[in-house]
Write a protein that binds this ligand. Structure first.
Ligand code: FEO
Length: 175
């Protein structure tokens, strides 16, 4: 099976965004750790691990269908933040860029009659929807908790809960 050249090119462009997402979340985890926000650090570390999986899924797919997966250049993501709200707003912006890029690849697959890649992308369409909803909810919650003296403590607990809920879902999925 040979992937259409135009689709291969857009997938390779997209690889850079998944790599950047992997690094961005790692930078966010590191910032949270520095700030003593352990729950947040765990959450962003997990996000980073997931993005590494996404990167590899795209990478392996390109080679599987007869293309050439190109390792993208390494760019430094944003490493410093004003507060945890900015971390989450930046995350949402990054995810929206990834979603846009996936929709763009989908458009190219339709133009090129590449149903295999169209099918491969369905997982990511769902994944992006979930990630964007998740960050919108987190941002709402941070606003709700407000800026009182203990707010960071409660925000950190909320992130901890998200990590535990995710772990339980993974266990269930594995059976
Ligand atoms: Fe793999 Fe959430 O971008």
């Amino acid at each position: 099976m040979i992937i259409p050249k135009k689709v291969e090119k857009t997938l390779n462009v997209h690889l850079e965004l998944e790599a950047l997402a992997f690094f961005s979340y790692l930078a966010m985890a590191s910032w949270c750790e520095k700030e003593g926000l352990e729950g947040c650090a765990k959450f962003f570390r997990k996000q980073s691990d997931e993005e590494h999986v996404h990167f590899m899924k795209f990478f392996d797919y390109i080679n599987e269908v007869g293309g050439h997966a190109e390792v993208p250049p390494v760019k430094q993501p944003k490493i410093d933040f004003k507060d945890i709200l900015e971390v989450c707003q930046q995350s949402l912006l990054n995810e929206q860029k990834v979603t846009k890029s996936i929709y763009n690849i989908l458009k190219v697959t339709q133009q090129e009659d590449d149903h295999a890649t169209e099918d491969f992308l369905q997982f990511f369409v769902m994944e992006q929807r979930e990630e964007e909803v998740q960050f919108k909810r987190i941002i709402d919650k941070i606003h709700l908790i407000g800026k009182g003296p203990q707010s960071l403590y409660y925000i950190d607990k909320e992130f901890e809960k998200l990590v535990s809920a995710g772990n339980k879902d993974e266990k269930k999925a594995k059976g």
